[in-house]
Design a protein around this ligand. Structure first.
Ligand code: PGA
Length: 251
């Protein structure tokens, strides 16, 4: 049985005090319940502070990005070892906003994935098609390219530290979520491809989150699909009650 995993991607939102209140509210609302794996991914400047707020609770800390080197002359970048140093357990790589706005390639995402795993982080790898790609019936081809590129040279033991977030780009921040069937179809395809690229056992154990306008009122039906093992939540992770509602739906 795969344990459901709900992660909040705060993106470039919150301030130190609002982030701390948000984290404290989630911790309080969870009341020590560990039936669902929960993580929050605040902006870099608040990681340390939010890390203190969730320390010793069931809420794990994640970062939204990293650079694939441990140190050196990379002005403005943050390394996986720095993230581990301040208590992160997860890092998101390959988010569609990074792919689109910052032109990140699958090869670069693959480098980040390897560097993050080597540093001891677990990776939330995001993949997903645009609306044009879906309309052109290219969803599976796009997912295939992203999976093979981003996961190059990833063995079964490394895959055990990876979570895949299927996030159709057209559903992110738009209020337009994929239907439960669309999500299930994509997730089943991802699991089947991972079975071919890696091993069947690794594919069966892989946690695949859905992301894109997940809200408390659509979470239960999405999460009831057999291959939907959790959610990567943007907008609704910024409100304590909404995020807790999604976690409740995952139980
Ligand atoms: P959203 O974002 O929930 O606001 O659609 C999801 C994401 O980008 O991870």
């Amino acid at each position: 049985m795969r344990k459901k995993f709900i992660a909040g991607n705060w993106k470039m939102n919150t301030a130190s005090i609002t982030g701390e209140l948000l984290a404290a509210g989630i911790v309080k609302g969870l009341a020590g319940d560990t039936r669902v794996t929960v993580a929050v991914c605040p902006p870099f400047p608040f990681l340390s502070r939010i890390g203190q707020a969730v320390h010793g609770t069931p809420v794990a800390l994640g970062a939204q990005n990293c650079y694939p080197k441990n140190d050196g002359a990379f002005t403005g970048e943050v390394s996986p070892t720095m993230l581990v140093d301040i208590g992160c357990q997860y890092v998101i790589v390959g988010h569609s906003e990074r792919r689109q706005i910052f032109k990140e390639s699958d090869a670069f995402i693959n480098e980040k994935t390897h560097a993050a795993l080597k540093a001891g982080l677990k990776v939330i790898l995001c993949i997903g098609e645009t609306l044009d790609e879906r309309k052109a019936n290219r969803t599976e081809a796009v997912l295939d390219t992203q999976l093979t590129g981003s996961l190059a040279n990833i063995t079964a033991d490394l895959l055990a530290k990876i979570v895949i977030a299927y996030e159709p780009v057209w559903a992110i921040g738009t209020g337009l979520n994929a239907t439960p069937q669309q999500a299930q179809d994509a997730h089943a395809f991802v699991r089947q491809r991972i079975g071919q690229l890696c091993t069947k056992a690794a594919a069966d154990a892989l946690v695949i989150q859905y992301g894109g306008s997940v809200k408390p009122d659509n979470a239960a039906t999405l999460l009831s699909q057999p291959d939907v093992d959790g959610a990567l939540v943007g907008g609704a992770s910024l409100k304590v009650e909404d995020f807790l509602g999604i976690i409740r739906a995952a139980r």
